[in-house]
Design a protein around this ligand. Structure first.
Ligand SMILES: NC(=O)c1ccc[n+]([C@@H]2O[C@H](COP(=O)([O-])OP(=O)(O)OC[C@H]3O[C@@H](n4cnc5c(N)ncnc54)[C@H](OP(=O)(O)O)[C@@H]3O)[C@@H](O)[C@H]2O)c1
Length: 416
């Protein structure tokens, strides 16, 4: 019988994002009592991080564990309720951690945005997690919590206001400032390479329902990436670079919640660029920019040049000043079968992928350790289906991420 010493172990504590998560948990420890430890493969890096964390980190236990050491991973999992891992790209280093959690019945959350890897983990470990009681939740950072909880929040508000759910929901990014770290870039480059070399990966990435259980029964065609005009905001929009993973997590949430958003649920995400021909050109440049990045990154020599000269390396990322200046402002628009419309807002302070992600995954791990009842069954959940309201409350109360209803009337213009 497991008798964990800790609520959370942060594995990959010394990664670029791991350090920011540890800083956030040190800050948050003033508001909530929990036990936690830092883990990583390098004793030296862990000791340096502990010193950087100052007094708040001085008494935190340090665990030296390598992701290739299965016995070490099992020993680590046996000491904690939840493993929060940043050891990525997950497709390269993540599987042994999932395996150890599933074998030991340990809860797990991560920052992957790699749909093909999640599919692989589902196929290999889902039934074992259901048996061992391990609750596995992928995508508990900027991808895909604002989208997944944003849709969940909108659907709850629609049911309260209109007595019905919204079979049509769209997310429009009104404004956002942020940049990528070396780890995120390494992940994107690995995906681009695999799309060219592995047809099975491509098959997963083009299927909007790839992460839904086999018997999901969804047949509705989803909107393809491109440039479109949005008649709620009277503005052009282009593709959002995280939509590929976010939309798949949202559809999985719908499937796992007995189609709470409807069997013909439609969902898409886009970045608003404004009105007029300049805005249309900007939307087009977002689309072409993304296509060029993935095309270039899929070609070995170009990928090597991009890595060498243009892109951040593993361990590098936006400066603390840039992280503080970052933010995102999301608008969700839902329409019911009776044409009632609801508009909601999800706002996050700080850089989306780092400052905001640290707050989000920190609170998700705490929610799993403190709020999710031990009787909730094991398996591969989504943030919305496992934590829903409890995590929204935590984020509203303890972080710069907020969820708000802007309007619940049948109206087209934007409220704020
Ligand atoms: N979802 C989101 O919103 C979001 C946001 C940010 C990042 N991410 C993802 O999070 C991951 C980390 O990003 P990052 O920029 O922080 O990356 P990073 O700085 O390159 O860190 C990678 C981490 O993996 C560790 N690692 C590699 N191999 C290991 C092994 N064999 N055993 C133990 N640890 C090992 C590294 O250890 P050392 O410290 O010892 O080198 C490092 O801590 C990436 O997959 C990225 O895509 C997602």
């Amino acid at each position: 019988m497991k008798n964990p010493n800790y609520d959370i172990i942060v594995f990959g504590a010394t990664s670029f994002v791991g350090k920011i998560i540890c800083q956030y948990l040190c800050e948050h420890a003033k508001n909530e009592s929990f036990t936690w430890a830092l883990a990583g493969r390098s004793k030296e890096k862990l000791t340096t991080l502990q010193a950087e964390l100052g007094e708040a980190g001085a008494h935190l236990p340090l665990l030296v564990v390598d992701a290739n050491d299965s016995a070490g991973l099992i020993a680590m999992c046996n000491q904690t309720k939840v493993i929060l891992t940043t050891v990525g790209p997950y497709d390269l280093y993540g599987e042994p951690v999932v395996k150890a959690c599933v074998e030991t019945g340990t809860d797990y959350c991560d920052l992957t945005g790699e749909a093909h890897w999640i599919k692989k983990m589902l196929d290999k470990y889902e039934s074992q997690a259901q048996t061992s009681g391990s609750r596995i939740v992928h995508c508990t950072g900027f991808d895909s919590i604002p989208s997944d909880l944003g849709v969940f929040h909108l659907q709850q508000a629609a049911k309260a206001a209109f007595g019905e759910h919204c079979p049509n929901v769209k997310l429009r990014i009104k404004n956002m400032r942020g940049s990528a770290s070396g780890g995120t870039i390494a992940t994107a480059l690995n995906i681009a390479k695999l799309v060219r070399t592995d047809p099975a990966v491509k098959k997963v990435l083009v299927n909007p329902y790839a992460l839904c259980p086999e018997n999901h029964g969804f047949k509705t065609r989803q909107q393809k990436d491109g440039i479109y005009y949005d008649d709620t905001f009277n503005a052009w929009y282009g593709p959002f670079f995280m939509a590929g993973i976010n939309t798949r997590i949202v559809h999985r949430s719908n499937a796992l919640s007995q189609h709470a958003y409807g069997t013909d649920f439609k969902y898409n995400e886009g970045v608003l660029t404004g009105r007029g021909w300049k805005a249309k050109a900007k939307a087009r440049s977002i689309h072409w920019g993304l296509m060029s990045f993935y095309l270039g990154a899929s070609l070995g020599p170009i990928r090597a040049l991009m890595q060498k000269f243009f892109l951040p390396k593993p361990g590098e990322g936006p400066s603390p000043k840039a992280q503080l200046k970052g933010f995102y402002d999301f608008r969700f628009v839902g329409t019911t079968d009776t044409q009632q419309q609801i508009i909601t807002k999800v706002y996050g302070d700080r850089d989306p992928g780092y400052g905001s992600t640290a707050q989000i995954i920190g609170q998700a791990a705490l929610c799993m350790a403190q709020d999710v009842k031990p009787t909730v069954k094991g398996g591969f959940w989504t943030p919305a289906t496992l934590m829903g309201k409890a995590l929204i409350e935590r984020l509203n109360q303890h972080t710069g991420v907020s969820f708000e209803v802007l309007s619940t009337e049948t109206q087209k213009e934007e409220k704020s």
